[in-house]
Write a protein that binds this ligand. Structure first.
Ligand SMILES: [Zn+2]
Length: 107
Protein backbone atom coordinates (compact mmCIF):
# COMPACT_ATOMS: atom_id res chain seq x y z
CA UNK A 1 0.00 0.00 0.00
CA UNK A 2 1.16 3.52 -0.68
CA UNK A 3 0.22 6.70 1.10
CA UNK A 4 1.18 10.08 -0.29
CA UNK A 5 2.93 12.38 2.15
CA UNK A 6 3.56 15.84 0.75
CA UNK A 7 4.06 14.50 -2.78
CA UNK A 8 6.35 11.70 -1.63
CA UNK A 9 5.12 8.14 -1.62
CA UNK A 10 5.84 5.96 1.34
CA UNK A 11 4.81 2.51 2.33
CA UNK A 12 2.43 1.83 5.18
CA UNK A 13 1.48 -1.37 6.88
CA UNK A 14 -2.20 -0.72 6.16
CA UNK A 15 -4.97 1.63 7.09
CA UNK A 16 -7.77 0.49 9.39
CA UNK A 17 -10.30 2.94 7.95
CA UNK A 18 -9.63 1.95 4.32
CA UNK A 19 -8.00 5.30 3.54
CA UNK A 20 -11.28 7.15 4.07
CA UNK A 21 -10.89 10.92 4.53
CA UNK A 22 -11.34 11.56 8.25
CA UNK A 23 -12.75 15.07 7.79
CA UNK A 24 -15.24 14.12 5.06
CA UNK A 25 -16.25 11.19 7.27
CA UNK A 26 -16.78 13.46 10.30
CA UNK A 27 -18.71 16.04 8.26
CA UNK A 28 -20.80 13.36 6.58
CA UNK A 29 -20.10 14.85 3.16
CA UNK A 30 -19.12 11.60 1.47
CA UNK A 31 -15.66 10.80 0.29
CA UNK A 32 -14.08 13.29 -2.07
CA UNK A 33 -11.48 10.87 -3.27
CA UNK A 34 -11.13 8.47 -6.14
CA UNK A 35 -10.32 4.81 -6.39
CA UNK A 36 -6.91 3.94 -7.78
CA UNK A 37 -6.36 1.24 -10.42
CA UNK A 38 -5.39 -1.20 -7.65
CA UNK A 39 -8.81 -0.71 -6.00
CA UNK A 40 -7.56 1.30 -3.02
CA UNK A 41 -8.91 4.74 -2.19
CA UNK A 42 -6.47 7.60 -2.86
CA UNK A 43 -5.51 9.39 0.35
CA UNK A 44 -2.89 11.75 1.66
CA UNK A 45 -1.21 11.88 5.05
CA UNK A 46 -1.52 15.27 6.71
CA UNK A 47 0.95 16.20 9.43
CA UNK A 48 -1.16 18.24 11.85
CA UNK A 49 1.94 19.78 13.39
CA UNK A 50 3.89 20.70 10.24
CA UNK A 51 6.80 18.34 9.65
CA UNK A 52 8.79 21.42 8.64
CA UNK A 53 8.80 22.40 12.33
CA UNK A 54 10.50 19.07 13.08
CA UNK A 55 9.07 19.01 16.57
CA UNK A 56 9.22 15.87 18.68
CA UNK A 57 6.73 13.37 17.27
CA UNK A 58 5.85 15.50 14.24
CA UNK A 59 6.65 12.61 11.88
CA UNK A 60 4.87 9.98 13.96
CA UNK A 61 1.47 8.38 13.40
CA UNK A 62 0.08 10.32 16.36
CA UNK A 63 0.53 13.50 14.30
CA UNK A 64 -1.08 12.24 11.08
CA UNK A 65 -4.62 12.45 9.74
CA UNK A 66 -5.78 10.60 6.61
CA UNK A 67 -7.37 13.07 4.21
CA UNK A 68 -8.57 13.38 0.63
CA UNK A 69 -6.55 15.76 -1.52
CA UNK A 70 -9.15 18.54 -1.25
CA UNK A 71 -9.32 18.50 2.56
CA UNK A 72 -5.53 18.24 2.74
CA UNK A 73 -5.20 21.47 0.74
CA UNK A 74 -7.91 23.05 2.90
CA UNK A 75 -5.94 22.20 6.06
CA UNK A 76 -2.91 24.00 4.64
CA UNK A 77 -4.59 26.93 2.90
CA UNK A 78 -8.11 27.25 4.32
CA UNK A 79 -9.57 28.98 7.36
CA UNK A 80 -9.09 26.12 9.84
CA UNK A 81 -8.40 26.24 13.55
CA UNK A 82 -6.64 23.34 15.25
CA UNK A 83 -6.38 22.46 18.90
CA UNK A 84 -4.40 19.49 20.15
CA UNK A 85 -6.42 17.40 22.59
CA UNK A 86 -5.14 14.46 24.70
CA UNK A 87 -6.32 11.79 22.20
CA UNK A 88 -7.56 13.77 19.22
CA UNK A 89 -7.30 17.01 17.29
CA UNK A 90 -10.07 19.56 17.71
CA UNK A 91 -10.80 21.24 14.38
CA UNK A 92 -12.98 24.17 13.44
CA UNK A 93 -13.59 23.77 9.72
CA UNK A 94 -16.45 24.90 7.48
CA UNK A 95 -18.05 26.45 10.57
CA UNK A 96 -18.22 23.13 12.37
CA UNK A 97 -16.31 21.73 15.34
CA UNK A 98 -14.85 18.26 14.88
CA UNK A 99 -12.81 15.86 16.93
CA UNK A 100 -10.47 13.87 14.68
CA UNK A 101 -8.35 10.99 15.95
CA UNK A 102 -4.75 10.74 14.83
CA UNK A 103 -3.86 7.89 12.47
CA UNK A 104 -2.23 6.04 15.37
CA UNK A 105 -5.61 5.74 17.15
CA UNK A 106 -7.85 4.77 14.21
CA UNK A 107 -9.43 1.39 14.90
ZN1 LIG B 1 -12.17 14.49 2.28
Amino acid sequence: MYLVENSRSSTTSGCPNGFACQICDALGTGHGSFIKPNGERYAEAHHVIPDSEQGIGSLGASNINILCANRHRQMHHGDVRIERMPKSFGLEIDGKLLSIKPFALIT
